[in-house]
Design a protein around this ligand. Structure first.
Ligand code: ASP
Ligand code: MG
Length: 340
C-alpha cells in the first residue's frame, strides 16, 4: 500500500504565524523568506510562485485586522501546514513520485474549540472513507495537512500545538493502518533531555501508557492527544525518529523484557523541582524501595514523593537549586548502570 503523508509547518513557522495573528504583520516577510528559500533549494520556480500566491492571500486577510480572534487565528495558522503541503507535493514529484494534495479542511472534522479542537471521529471517518475509496487503487501518494481541520460550522480549526501527530494517528486508526512514522529532527524519545544530561539514550520501546504519561510530564516528541484514536479506535504502532534513524517504537503493549523505567524528567514546580521517572513497574513496591535506598545512599535530600498505584510514574520533589545535579546522578544509576 502507498503511504499517506501528513505534513506539519516547517520549524518555527507556527510561532511566527501566531505573531502575525497578534498583530505583528511585518513577520509575514520572514515567513515568506523561509518558505521561498526552501522552494528555491528544491529548485522549482513554479513552486516559489505558488507559495507567493498563498502568502498574498494570507497577507490580504491579516492586514485588514489588528489582533485576530480565535477563529481568524486558526485560519492564519493553517497557512503553515498548507504551504508545507504544497512544497511536499512538489518535492515528491521532482523525485518521480506522483503525489497529490488532499485538504484537511475537507476531511478532518472537529468541534469548534479553536486552538485546541477535538476531532470528531465518526464525521471524519465518513469523509475519509469517501476519499479513500477513490484514491486507494491508484499509485499517487496523497499529502494532507496535519494540525488543521474544519468545524461543523465550516470554520478552519487547529487541534493543538504539535497536533500533526494527532492528525496522523487519527487517519491511521480510521483506516486501520499498522504503522505511523512520526518524523522530525530528533532520532526518537530520549531517556532524558540531552541538553541537561548529554549521556541520554534513545528509548527503543514504550507502551502507549508510558508514552502518554511521559508526554504529560512534558517529554518532547509527541502530543498526548495523538494516543486518543489509538486507544479508542485502532492500535497502530508509532515509530518515532528522524530520516537518519527511527529510534523509538510505541505500541499498545510491551513485552515483559521491556518493563521498567523509560524516561526521567526534570521540571520546576514552584519552590521545588520535580523529577519524574516514567515506566511500567516504577510505582511497584520493589522499584520504590530500591529508589529510596539509592537516594539515601547518595545523600539526596528529598522534599516529597508522589506515586500512584495505577500510573506508571513516580515523582520526587527536590530542592530547585540541586535539580539538575540530582537528575544526572539518578540517570546514571537508573539508565547507565552506575552503582550508588
Ligand atoms: N505546526 C504545528 C505546531 O507547531 C503542528 C505540529 O507541528 O504538529 O504546533
Ligand atoms: Mg510539529
Amino acid at each position: 500500500m502507498r503511504p499517506i503523508v501528513v505534513v506539519s509547518a516547517s520549524k518555527g513557522i507556527t510561532d511566527l504565524l501566531l505573531d502575525v495573528a497578534k498583530g505583528r504583520k511585518e513577520v509575514l516577510k520572514e515567513i515568506e523568506n523561509r518558505y521561498t528559500s526552501i522552494a528555491r533549494e528544491i529548485g522549482s520556480f513554479k513552486l516559489v510562485k505558488r507559495i507567493e500566491e498563498e502568502l498574498d492571500k494570507l497577507r490580504r486577510v491579516a492586514e485588514g485586522v489588528g489582533i485576530a480572534d480565535s477563529v481568524l487565528t486558526d485560519y492564519i495558522l493553517s497557512y503553515g501546514e498548507k504551504i508545507s503541503k504544497i512544497i511536499m507535493v512538489q518535492a515528491l514529484e521532482l523525485n518521480d513520485i506522483r503525489a497529490f494534495e488532499l485538504n484537511a479542511t475537507d476531511i478532518i472534522v472537529t468541534n469548534n474549540t479553536h486552538g485546541d479542537a477535538v476531532i470528531d471521529y465518526p464525521a471524519t471517518a465518513i469523509a475519509l472513507e469517501k476519499v479513500y475509496s477513490v484514491i486507494k487503487n491508484h499509485s499517487y501518494v496523497p499529502v494532507i495537512e496535519g494540525f488543521i481541520g474544519r468545524s461543523f460550522e465550516g470554520e478552519v480549526t487547529t487541534i493543538g500545538r504539535g497536533g500533526s501527530d494527532y492528525t496522523a494517528t487519527t487517519i491511521a486508526s480510521l483506516l486501520k493502518i499498522d504503522k505511523v512514522y512520526l518524523v522530525s529532527d530528533v532520532d526518537g524519545i530520549m531517556t532524558t533531555d540531552p541538553d541537561l544530561v548529554p549521556t541520554a539514550r534513545l528509548v527503543k520501546h514504550m507502551s502507549y501508557v508510558e508514552a502518554l504519561e511521559a508526554s504529560m510530564y512534558g517529554a518532547k516528541g509527541i502530543n498526548p492527544k495523538a494516543f486518543d484514536p489509538l486507544v479508542k479506535i485502532y492500535s497502530s504502532n508509532l515509530l518515532i525518529g528522524s530520516w537518519r534513524n527511527i529510534g523509538t517504537m510505541i505500541s499498545r503493549e510491551i513485552s515483559r523484557d521491556f518493563i521498567g523505567p523509560k524516561v526521567i524528567m526534570l521540571k520546576d514546580a514552584g519552590d521545588y523541582a520535580y523529577i519524574a521517572i516514567v515506566g511500567e513497574g516504577v510505582s511497584s513496591a520493589k522499584f520504590v524501595r530500591d529508589l529510596l535506598d539509592t537516594v539515601v545512599k547518595l545523600g539526596i535530600d528529598i522534599k516529597g514523593i508522589q506515586a500512584h498505584v495505577h500510573r506508571p510514574s513516580i515523582v520526587l520533589f527536590v530542592d530547585k537549586s540541586r535539580g539538575r545535579e540530582i537528575l544526572k546522578i539518578l540517570h546514571k544509576v537508573i539508565f547507565e548502570g552506575d552503582q550508588p
